[in-house]
Design a protein around this ligand. Sequence first.
Ligand SMILES: Cc1ncc(COP(=O)(O)O)c(C=O)c1O
Length: 395
Amino acid sequence: MKSSLSRRSFLRDSVLAAGAAGIGMPALALADAAPTAAGEVPRVQIGANEYPDGPSPAALKAIVEIAPQGGRYLFESQLELLGELSRQLGVGMDHLMPYAGSTEPLDYAMLAFTSPQKPLVTADPTFESGWRAAERNGARVVKVPLRKDWSHDVQAMCAAEAGAGVIYICNPNNPTGSATSRKDIEYALAHKPAGSVLVVDEAYIHFSDSVVSAVDMVAAGEDVVVLRTFSKLYGMAGIRLGYAVARPDLLDRLKYYSINSLPVTAVAAGLASLRDPQLVPARRARNTRLREDVVAWLAARGYACSASESNCFMLDVKRPAQDFIDAMATHGVMVGRSWPGFPTQSRITIGTPADMARFKEAFALVEAGKQGPLPVPKRQRLAERYVQQTGVQLS
Ligand SMILES: Cc1ncc(COP(=O)(O)O)c(C=O)c1O
């Protein structure tokens, strides 16, 4: 899908529309939007919780080197990946199952542990992929609002349904980026309904300074499934790699739905990323710096953001979020969607320093009521059509 504009048409449309609207051109938007080799000005994509730099240089090198062997399954590489994860996480290889991303094991966990008699208990707002899988399974989805500080209300979640099949905790949470403390995760484990499974989604854990993983609970033999992905900090959303960590008997329940081979490129990139000790701390530090800067900038203008330890936060734009999203798109800045029940909030993902500079500039123009020169792009309309036709929300 093409997500950039031709530089010539960007300039032409910008000048025409700016002239027609009687507004000055957004200087930084053009200055910062360095044209690509093909002469195109890229849009700023800060709506899907991706890492803007993509795979690390070591991962890219590994992908190129392994690609010629793409005609093989290369089971030995998959074993090597499991061995590396096993060493780093301190669990046996029989406690690990890799997948092409973590959506798959999340959905399988819902299919395995919920039923018409065993509801899913979840926070609201949170990542809804598991909700849809539970609903497909005939399970009720019991939504418990986040606390005022945006953390999971584990007391209310554990008390919500005596017959719950799954307690789902996304930590840090998507879309708020908020952290739930170790004490609260321990509370959830100690007080969850008998027979239920605690599913802890750690897709964004690498961005956080304070979140403590629940992997040790798996190692201790508890009813816990931990989910991880390389789609976020590792920049591999389009390469596809993730994994589940759980007791072997719980993993067997997931494996019932599918056991599959992995893309060799994803395995090679994952291994190279895991073996780079600088990657997580360096990307985490940059993300934190940029997030704190933009949140402070917004606060100074009177806009509240969720307390995030991740690469995204919810921003209350004090108007219908869809109007804001469309207005930002006319300046070439693609921000994230809103969540049902939070109609004035849009999710903002941290991009590159240049992306965040363009975000600020576009935000100030939108705040001043200035429409940008660009049409609301096709990609967004396509995404809306996709959501309408399939009922599936994108990221
Ligand atoms: C909380 C959470 N879990 C899991 C995923 C799944 O990501 P993927 O299937 O790309 O690994 C996402 C993606 O946005 C997410 O936000």
